[in-house]
Ligand binder design. Structure first.
Ligand code: SF4
Length: 476
């Protein structure tokens, strides 16, 4: 007999009512969220309303809202409106909140008002990973990626963009004025409607010009000469040859299990000043005495590498290939061998470049070396177009040379970097969808990122240890 599996009739009463707990299996990730939040000290973490007020209408306990958010980010439901809907229809969320159904404003305000505390929650999970011995390799890869803000590109202004827009409006006004002149010379009956239309267009453009002039005043007052109208903290930055308006998210990812041990949201487009601060944050999170960090060429900056060296952090950062001499087919600085004992260089022609003088440029003490034999040198055309080839040496250059030696002895290091740090960014961006961030301002965006990182780390640890073991570890 042909038949299908059939469900129960909707009006069917059950003799022994099922409880919500029956719908949530013992290994359901929602149980991990529940145990994790229950074990947190929300008062110490600084959550608003963790201690109930004596008067007024009772509020939701922050643990309810935190559970909703962690569940939401684990399941790619980041918007407060969607979370409100899910709390009303999703059995797992009903189980998690005890059937509490806060409205979207309450949910959104919680994320907005508790940015610092939410970042603390994310750090607490990293501490747990450290206690579980998940960071035994003491190697992290540091990288940054640009995430889109809610600010549209048309609502972000730099001096160049503003100038271009003003020129466009001016030329449109001139075009319409010329058309108006032509219309004036025609028969009034045929040109009347056209004149009105043109005058309306000109008036509209003049209003736009006034708005741009107001923006120009704001732009001149802003320290980095940039204004974003929707999200004032978002900045225009370059990524893969194109510009976006957003934030630069920095992460330090451990090489063993690819967990994000530290992260930071910045609105500075360049990675050059981020290495030492990210490395120090990672070391603190991993509670380790020794740490190695690997990053790409974008992080190469003498002062940052020196700061890592001074903090006993071993850095692996390749030098950028920006030598003008090499690009012109002349000897690169690497072709000059430094003699530490005698404080001098030996050039490809075997001549000695002796120390001449030292100077301070942008806070860096630089020594200059050159030879007096350049004029009669047979290799001069391959070396310099000037009178003599001058070699510059930073007072801490030895630290950079030491790092280059380390990199040469660890040829696999850049591959480790790539396979460690690029995957988390890909995953996070996929979870976040086309518009990466939903909130405005650095604080709100940082809270969003922390929730994403927490969800990412939780998912990884559940995969590594299994939900049951993780729950046991959480309640131990
Ligand atoms: S030009 Fe001067 S520095 Fe260059 S190879 Fe000749 S002697 Fe050496």
């Amino acid at each position: 007999m042909k038949r299908f599996i059939r469900g129960e009739h909707r009006g069917q009463s059950t003799l022994l009512p099922e409880s919500l707990d029956d719908y949530v299996s013992d290994t359901n990730p929602v149980r991990v969220v529940d145990v994790f939040v229950d074990e947190l000290d929300l008062v110490n973490l600084g959550f608003d309303g963790a201690i109930p007020a004596d008067t007024g209408r009772p509020a939701y306990h922050p643990e309810v809202l935190l559970k909703i958010y962690i569940y939401g980010y684990l399941n790619r439901i980041q918007s407060s409106r969607r979370l409100e809907r899910e709390a009303q229809r999703n059995v797992e969320l009903m189980w998690l909140t005890g059937r509490l159904m806060p409205d979207f404003k309450t949910i959104a305000s919680f994320r907005k008002d508790n940015s610092k505390a939410i970042r603390g929650v994310c750090r607490q999970f990293v501490v747990l990973c450290q206690q579980l011995g998940l960071f035994s390799e003491n190697l992290v890869a540091i990288d940054g990626s640009k995430f889109k803000a809610v600010n549209n590109r048309d609502r972000n202004f730099t001096s160049a963009k503003l100038k271009r827009r003003m020129e466009e409006i001016e030329s449109s006004i001139n075009r319409y004025l010329a058309a108006l002149d032509t219309a004036d010379r025609q028969e009034p009956t045929s040109s009347e409607a056209r004149t009105v239309r043109l005058e309306e267009k000109i008036a509209k453009l003049k209003v736009q010009m006034k708005e741009l002039q107001a923006i120009e005043i704001r732009l001149n007052d802003s320290p980095d000469k940039q204004v974003s109208l929707t999200d004032p903290d978002a900045r225009s930055m370059m990524t893969r040859g194109t510009g976006i308006v957003g934030y630069n998210v920095q992460t330090a990812v451990d090489a063993q299990h690819h967990l994000i041990v530290a992260h930071e949201v910045t609105n500075v487009g360049s990675d050059r000043d981020q290495l030492s601060s990210m490395a120090k944050q990672a070391r603190e999170a991993m509670a380790s005495d020794s740490l190695s960090v690997v990053a790409d060429r974008g992080y190469f900056k003498g002062e940052e590498i020196l700061a890592c060296h001074n903090a006993d952090i071993t850095a692996y950062v390749p030098k950028p290939m920006t030598s003008g001499a090499k690009a012109d087919g002349r000897f690169n600085n690497d072709a000059f061998i430094y003699d530490t004992a005698k404080n001098r260089y030996v050039c490809p022609a075997g001549e000695t470049l002796i120390w001449r003088f030292s100077s301070v440029e942008k806070g860096m003490k630089l020594h200059r070396y050159w030879s007096s034999k350049c004029q009669g040198c047979a290799l001069k055309t391959q070396c310099t177009p000037s009178k003599q080839r001058r070699v510059r040496r930073w007072e801490h250059e030895a630290i950079l040379e030491e790092m280059q030696d380390r990199l040469s002895n660890a040829p696999d290091m850049m591959r480790v970097r790539k396979r460690t740090v690029e995957h988390p960014f890909g995953t996070l961006k996929q979870w976040m969808g086309a518009t990466h961030f939903l909130t405005r301002r650095l604080d709100g965006v940082s809270a969003e990122m922390s929730l994403n990182v927490l969800a990412y780390n939780m998912k990884r640890v559940m995969k590594i240890l299994g939900t049951s073991s993780l729950m046991k570890a959480l309640s131990a």
